[in-house]
Write a protein that binds this ligand. Structure first.
Ligand code: ATP
Ligand code: MG
Length: 561
């Protein structure tokens, strides 16, 4: 909708479909807005979860509601407190606060009582069939299932067996509790779904109290109901589960939570399944969950992403009803935009070529004033040391330049950023003909942007004073996979075959003196190169920098095509 406002046409942002649902609910008199984010603590959160977090917490924030953090810890085999802690850290870092911290395991007693209620209603039974018999008995989409020979056990027998299941009398896999719905239901999930299975394993919270654990479908809706969740937002693959979600709530006559589905976030050149991410970590393809090539939130944080950039990304992606794949360059665009406004500028040379200024006095050095951030005056200025020997970027010199090459070449002049004009007089090579040094002269009258005779040069290059430079390890990251969709696997291959061998290139950088004192997590723009963040592997003698993102913006270019 276009709204005219004092001669300025303001485009009113249209609502996403979840917002529409909530606004209709409010229009119909609904006042209670309660959402939840329900991670399973079996891995670290990734950028897809960030999308879900921004949506669930964002809706609560926008409509004066509340959002709970609920750990879906119904499978003791894969879960761990390490993951619980990391999930909490990541949500806080993204800038959200939960109203309550709950665990599905908090509700095990209630879920157990409710199962008994269903047994008593004749809506659940204990099945002694094996896992295999049960899945065979389900039938197929075109063939109706077969009823279990145990389906018509008496209520008394079911109550007795279920209690003994709970008491640990039976081994894993020997019995399950199933809902009694319809073995010919067109939706296969309603063909007597399993509610409980026996797992004799300690749980990270309930210890050895339980040896029966509820299935996702039996737990999720009921947990929502206990917490009076008004809008239970989940990803699209759960839409076939919705009738079951509603069935349990109806049969138990409990608070009517409703489930709404949106498309999960997929990104190019990465994988997001926790199983695959875990494999990358366990098999040593990356050094950990937070290694900056990973799509996890902790990896993005370590790489140098900001919470604001991830929130902006989630907003730009929007909320879709159909699955789609988002270009990784949109995520990069968002962090570049944020850091452009907020990161201070520094100079650093990643591929050094030595310059000796023959007419600059030996032993002398002086300071030039450099602007910290042209986008933010309050960031002020700093002093950058200059001396007779400098490093410049190898790519800023060409011996035989093409036309319109405005950087340094024999006999030509460039401006050294914030400092003098420099002229290349002589090229020094080693025996193999590689350029190893440039002998140059400077114009002493040209400091700080002016030159003695007012001549202007087109090229401006960055530099560092060799004697003052800080030597740093610089890690240049590229896409983790060289295939746009590494989940689309050709025959005879695995997703691991698509790992990009150049996904991390380590080099030595020569950085401006002031970067020696930068702290872990601080982010900078290295002028003309990209954005960099101090890594936690830094030591007092050797800082380590991660490239957050290069300056080149492929996203905007794509949009203008
Ligand atoms: P995986 O299948 O990789 O283990 P998951 O979906 O099972 O991931 P959960 O911990 O169960 O992981 O997810 C918590 C919440 O985050 C769920 O509501 C889920 O729908 C949502 N979520 C997970 N992945 C994405 C994604 N790629 N895009 C949007 N939401 C997601
Ligand atoms: Mg899940």
């Amino acid at each position: 909708m276009e709204v005219k406002n004092e001669n300025v046409a303001v485009k009113e942002k249209s609502l996403n479909f979840i917002e529409e649902i909530i606004e209709n609910y409010i229009a119909e008199g609904g006042t209670h807005i309660q959402t939840r984010f329900p991670p399973e603590p079996n891995g670290y959160l990734h950028i897809g979860h960030a999308k879900s977090i921004c949506l669930n917490f964002g809706m609560a924030r926008k409509y004066n509601g509340k959002c709970n953090l609920r750990f879906d810890d119904t499978n003791p085999v894969k879960e761990d407190t390490e993951y619980v802690d990391s999930i909490k850290e990541d949500i806080k870092w993204l800038g959200f606060e939960w109203a309550n911290e709950f665990y599905a395991s908090d509700y095990f007693d209630t879920l157990y009582e409710w199962a008994i209620k269903l047994i008593k209603k004749g809506k659940a039974y204990v099945d002694d069939q094996s896992q295999e018999e049960i899945s065979q008995g389900r039938g197929t989409i075109t063939v109706p299932g077969k009823e279990s020979p145990f389906r018509n056990r008496s209520v008394e027998e079911n109550l007795d067996l279920f209690e003994r299941m709970k008491n640990g009398e039976f081994p894993d896999g020997s019995k399950v509790l199933r809902a009694k719905i319809d073995m010919a239901h067109p939706n296969m999930l309603l063909r007597d779904p399993i509610m409980y299975r026996i797992i004799h394993t300690d749980h990270h919270r309930t210890g050895n109290k339980w040896c029966i654990y509820p299935m996702y479908d039996y737990a999720h809706g009921q947990c929502d109901s206990i917490e009076h969740i008004s809008h239970s937002i989940c990803t699209l693959e759960f839409d076939v589960h919705r009738p079951l979600y509603d069935w349990f709530i109806d049969e138990l006559e409990i608070f009517p939570s409703h489930q709404y589905e949106f498309a999960r976030l997929n990104l190019t050149y990465t994988v997001m399944s926790k199983r695959r991410l875990l494999q990358l970590v366990k098999e040593g393809y990356v050094t950990g969950w937070d290694e900056p090539r990973m799509p996890t939130i902790c990896a993005l944080r370590r790489k140098g992403y900001t919470p604001a950039s991830i929130r902006a990304f989630a907003e730009k992606v929007g909320v879709a009803k159909r699955d789609n794949v988002i270009d990784l360059s949109l995520l990069e665009f968002c962090v570049r935009e944020d850091l452009n406004k907020n990161a201070q500028r520094r100079m650093g040379v990643l591929d050094p070529l030595k310059v000796v200024i023959t007419n600059y006095p030996e032993g002398k050095s002086e300071m030039f004033t450099a602007i910290n951030n042209p986008e933010d005056e309050s960031a002020g200025t700093r002093q950058v040391p200059f001396s007779r020997e400098l490093y410049i970027e190898r790519s800023d010199f060409m011996e035989n330049p093409p036309k319109k090459y405005y950087r340094l070449s024999p006999g030509s002049e460039v401006r050294l950023r914030y400092a003098y004009l420099l002229k290349c007089e002589e090229v020094i090579k080693d025996e193999e003909g590689n350029i190893i040094e440039l002998r140059c002269t400077y114009d002493p009258e040209s400091g700080n942007g002016s030159s003695s005779d007012g001549r202007k040069v087109k090229g401006v290059i960055h530099w560092v004073s060799a004697e003052h430079a800080v030597e740093a390890e610089v890690r240049l990251y590229n896409n983790l996979f060289s295939k746009e969709d590494p989940n689309n696997i050709e025959e005879g291959k695995t997703f691991l075959d698509y790992i990009n061998p150049e996904s991390m290139v380590v080099t030595t950088g020569y950085l401006e003196q002031s970067l020696g004192e930068a702290e872990v997590g601080e982010k900078f723009q290295f002028e003309r190169i990209g954005y960099f963040c101090v890594d936690k592997d830094s030591t007092a003698n050797k800082p380590v920098f991660n490239r957050v993102v290069s300056l080149k913006d492929s996203w905007s270019k794509m949009q203008n095509k």
